[in-house]
Design a protein around this ligand. Structure first.
Ligand code: DC
Length: 207
């Protein structure tokens, strides 16, 4: 018997809370989760020709310990503007989205390009200042390697590049539910996402 195909697309800028929400939604509903930013990060840190790196990406590339660094994020954002890199990663993401049993994908273009037919589309955002503060605290705050202003500058630079590239720029899908996490606790943000999934599942079962 075929299981249910059900996709939750979660897009938004860096450090808005997409990862936390995606993992919580996947766990709550038993869906598989793909952090698509990790694909671009792996391409960005691999070195050499980014197009070739994307075309030959392997599972081991996604296990590297340095993928979560600020530098990997910047490198990812740069290679992500190359259309051939995006094209090389597209089919894998599409297949993942429609796998049996349900899937949550988080990234920048999931609801707009990878899976425009996703049953749930969320756009998770927060002000640049708040996102930079979260990233700065994650890195150790005052005891960490970078002053807050440097982290803020990187967040703003990455937003600019991701939102203004020609191919698959970051923007909400027209029918996305916007969740602004600036003033929400993690629990509140997760609850909003879970409620959207429950409503969409009820609607699809009622059809
Ligand atoms: O979500 P993240 O911070 O791990 O993403 C790193 C970079 O990868 C992001 O700045 C832009 C790029 N990216 C993308 O272009 N499309 C995606 N679906 C996911 C990430």
């Amino acid at each position: 018997m075929s299981e249910v195909v059900f996709t939750v697309a979660i897009d938004g800028p860096a450090a808005a809370g997409k990862g936390t929400i995606s993992r919580a939604v996947a766990e709550r509903f038993g869906f598989a989760h793909l952090d698509t930013g990790a694909l671009y990060r792996a391409v960005g840190v691999k070195g050499g020709d980014p197009i070739l790196a994307a075309q030959t990406l392997e599972a081991a590339d996604l296990q590297r310990g340095d993928l979560r660094s600020l530098e990997a994020g910047q490198a990812a954002s740069r290679v992500a503007a190359i259309p051939e890199v995006r094209a090389a990663l597209l089919e894998f993401q599409r297949r993942f989205a429609r796998r049996d049993g349900g899937a949550v994908l988080d990234g920048r273009d999931i609801g707009t390009v990878i899976c425009p037919a996703a049953e749930v589309k969320l756009y998770v955002t927060a002000s640049a200042g708040i996102r930079a503060r979260r990233r700065w605290l994650e890195l150790g705050g005052e005891a960490g390697p970078k002053p807050f202003e440097a982290v803020l500058a990187e967040v703003v630079e990455r937003d600019e590049r991701d939102m203004n590239r020609a191919d698959a720029p970051l923007k909400p899908a027209e029918d996305a539910l916007i969740i602004d996490t600036s003033d929400l606790s993690i629990e509140e943000a997760v609850a909003a996402a879970v409620a959207a999934v429950i409503a969409a599942r009820a609607a699809s079962q009622g059809e």
